[in-house]
Design a protein around this ligand. Structure first.
Ligand SMILES: Nc1ncnc2c1ncn2[C@@H]1O[C@H](COP(=O)(O)OP(=O)(O)O)[C@@H](O)[C@H]1O
Ligand SMILES: [Mg+2]
Length: 253
């Protein structure tokens, strides 16, 4: 088995005008590892994921994926390599039925390579992915336009879309926000199953309690800087975490 990290980022920085959103952040992720990223609002978490996935280009620093420098690649190229993400601000194709939203990633070269599906079988495969996130194929839900689904459903649709890319690295940005307690519980179950399949995961999440349960490691960001990284229970009880959350009038949940 390779000892090379699946992801390595070195000295990533991003400024927006006078704001330093991400400031010289470095870390590595081993294959199959689960990293949780926490930090108060505005800490730079989403910007960091955008830099990793190619949605934004860094002012300085590099992103290596499977040892390859992908810093200059466009998001769709990075996704083709096996890195999929969900967005904090969901962006499904609102007018398309939920299952048609899954057909789009299923037509990607990467997905075709894995599933080898024929035209016509894809509807079935799309429905399989939706069932994985709890949309029963015998119900009306998969056939409704994404735009009429409640927010928690759209978040799960996002997850299904990412899974249809057959990722080996999955980045989740506040997947649980807008979900009910029972949706969170069932989604946690899906995520734990993905782990057992060996998928590497980076999860940005406000629900720190859930993260502590599943993550191998936590990384705390504040003001764009990596403040502390380590064992989840150590990180959340650290003085730095308490200060970061008290300073922003949010609490470590
Ligand atoms: N596109 C942008 N243009 C200008 N400022 C931005 C942009 N995206 C993020 N920022 C700023 O960068 C900082 C980090 O934001 P963000 O990465 O969204 O934080 P988080 O996800 O941790 O809440 C914030 O101060 C935010 O206002
Ligand atoms: Mg964010």
């Amino acid at each position: 088995m390779s000892t090379e990290p699946i992801l390595k980022i070195t000295g990533l920085s991003k400024h927006f005008g006078g704001v330093t959103a991400v400031d010289n952040v470095s870390f590595e992720l081993k294959e199959g590892e689960f990293l949780g990223i926490i930090g108060p609002n505005g800490a730079g978490k989403t910007t960091l994921l955008n830099l990793i996935t190619g949605f934004l280009k860094p002012d300085s620093g590099k992103v290596y994926y499977h040892g390859e420098n992908i810093t200059a690649l466009k998001p769709h190229k990075i996704c083709e390599l096996g890195m999929a993400r969900t967005l904090q601000m969901v962006r499904p194709f609102y007018n398309l039925p939920a299952f048609k939203n899954i057909i789009i990633p299923l037509c990607s070269p990467r997905s075709l390579k894995f599933s080898g599906s024929q035209y016509g079988e894809r509807d079935d495969i799309a429905l399989d992915y939706l069932e994985e996130v709890g949309f029963e194929r015998d119900s009306s839900v998969p056939y409704k336009p994404a735009g009429v689904l409640p927010h928690g459903y759209v978040k799960r649709l996002e997850l299904a879309r990412a899974l249809a890319m057959q990722p080996d690295l999955l980045l989740l940005d506040e997947l649980f926000s807008g979900m009910s307690m029972s949706e969170v519980a069932s989604t946690m179950f899906i995520i734990e199953r993905l782990r057992t399949k060996g998928i590497s995961i980076i999860m940005v999440e406000h629900r720190v309690k859930e993260l502590v349960r599943v993550a191998d490691r936590l990384l705390l960001l504040n003001f764009g800087t990596k403040i502390v990284e380590g064992k989840p229970t150590d990180v959340i009880s650290s003085r730095e975490a308490v200060e970061a959350y008290l300073g922003s009038s949010q609490e470590v949940e």
